[in-house]
Design a binder for this molecule. Structure first.
Ligand code: ATP
Ligand code: MG
Length: 237
């Protein structure tokens, strides 16, 4: 379970988050949808213990991330897919990650297969990866342990339609085994294909949330998203 309770974050005069509250239940995938600057990354970074809230709280598996016993094993995070050392190969990145979690090195090869990177691609330096390959590696890194919660910031960024389809299958399987999945996007069609609940955020505030059926699909959902986010921008100006 992932929970945000009245989470607020201010950077000087900028209110990046304003009393954000919502829950991601185990076994479900929530899409965190909002335009650029809405506050998605800020909320996810606080959830992963990388930034402190001004007020309110964020918990994962019932506790603040920093208080978990095995955070790297129980919670998978993808917060900046470009953050890997460019000179290391994908396989080295995963092997180091596995070793840090006390897992056998063979886990790196399992994960490479899981995210659809070939052994040859796994041996190439990450600096030469395409955007989609970096995303796959980042998703793989988040899956090294046995996460019961996943925090993925823009995981579909750079994935082609086949890649998004693949990710959907992967996240569905994980949710099927009880994982709580939170993924962000600024693109409606990406989350719509993957998530079963959507939380729309604009200017640091939750604007709407519900299942796809509740919020409407396709054009209806797009209209809701555009209307709500443009209203949020106006009220901020
Ligand atoms: N370290 C920081 N210092 C100052 N302001 C920040 C900082 N990080 C984020 N902000 C501000 O907080 C707001 C929310 O930013 P955030 O990165 O959370 O948005 P986002 O929804 O992830 O956007 P995007 O879709 O572009 O990734 C923005 O106004 C941003 O400028
Ligand atoms: Mg962001």
């Amino acid at each position: 379970m992932i929970e945000f309770h009245r989470l607020s974050k201010a950077y000087h005069e900028v209110k990046a988050l304003d009393e954000v509250s919502f829950t991601v239940q185990p076994g479900t995938i929530t899409g965190f949808l909002g335009p650029n600057g809405a506050g998605k990354s800020t909320a996810m970074r606080i959830l992963a213990g990388l930034s402190r809230p001004t007020s309110g709280r964020a918990t994962v598996l019932g506790r603040p991330y920093a208080e978990l016993e095995r955070p790297g094993y129980d919670v998978g995070t993808l917060l900046d897919a470009g953050a890997q050392h460019p000179g290391r190969s994908g396989r080295e990145v995963l092997t180091l990650g596995a070793m840090m979690l006390g897992l056998p090195r063979s886990r790196a090869d399992e994960v490479l297969r899981l995210v659809g990177l070939s052994p040859k691609e796994g041996r190439r330096p990450v600096g030469g990866y395409s955007l989609g390959m970096r995303q796959r590696l980042g998703i793989g890194h988040a899956l090294l342990g046995r996460p019961r919660a996943l925090i993925l910031d823009e995981p579909a960024n750079g994935l082609d339609p086949r890649g998004i389809h693949w990710m959907r299958g992967l996240l569905r399987d994980l949710a099927g085994s009880g994982c709580a999945v939170l993924l962000s996007s600024h693109l409606l069609h990406e989350v719509e294909q993957v998530a079963d609940r959507i939380v729309m955020i604009g200017a640091g505030r939750v604007l709407a949330e519900g299942t796809l059926a509740e919020l409407g699909r396709g054009r209806d959902l797009e209209r809701t998203f555009l209307e709500l986010t443009s209203h949020a921008d106006r009220s901020l100006a």
